[in-house]
Design a protein around this ligand. Sequence first.
Ligand SMILES: [Zn+2]
Length: 283
Amino acid sequence: MKRKFFRTRIALLIIPLGVIATQFGFTLRAVSTAVPLRPETRAAVMQLDDPYADFRHARYSNNGLLNEPDEIKLGTQLHREVTKRFRLTDVGLPRVQSLGQRCARASLRPNLPYKFHVVESREINGFSLPGGHVYVTTALLRLANDNELASVLAHEIGHIVARHSLKTLRQKQQYNEIAKSIGEVTGVAGDLGRDLGVALGQIVSEGLLTIHTRDEEREADFLGVRGMARAGFEPQAMITMFQKLERIEQQDSSLLGSLFSDHPDVDERIANTRYEIARMRRG
Ligand SMILES: [Zn+2]
């Protein structure tokens, strides 16, 4: 009897605390929008709320990296190495190309000659390489509806827009050698020296250019959700895609490729995407 009473008291205590917490949350938000704060205070409040504050005003270019023609040549050579190591297929390719080109044209880097590829694999995965090469697996194609697939493609295009792989490459020891040799190659698909071919083959097999930091993943999510919306896809599908991946992870995580592992926590990605969709709807 006494114990029951005690439990009720605890419950009563917990409920008002919850109400206070919710009200406090509302109050904070109300202050941030309604009361004219000093600009620096307002910026700080917005920053706290905004998971994408670092990327919102980013300007992207090849400055300080391989120039764009060399990036495209590098992409062609890396793709050649991909075809040696993975089995590519035409199954589902027209669907990927049409969704992918729509996302690419609406991206912040619309003029690159994007190329979309399908890799035969039981692993659910997507990745991209410099110069506009985007890859998705047959298992991903089976899992995702068109809007969800567009969310993955727009995310991968985001990596290309932000030149993440080029930035990774710049940190590599052989960077200067690779940059010089690529610059000397004539034509997009020109012949490479043997050493460079070996170096690029190694880069592809180690997956060096397709492993990204958490910040890069967040940036690609941000560019992706905005890009897919501009392309006329339903951005909510990025959330249902994450939820599908989350379910697969619980059932058989060996089916998930790099698209999922090493990425920021999926709940955080869902929350960030929800935030951005709400922000887009506010205009
Ligand atoms: Zn990614």
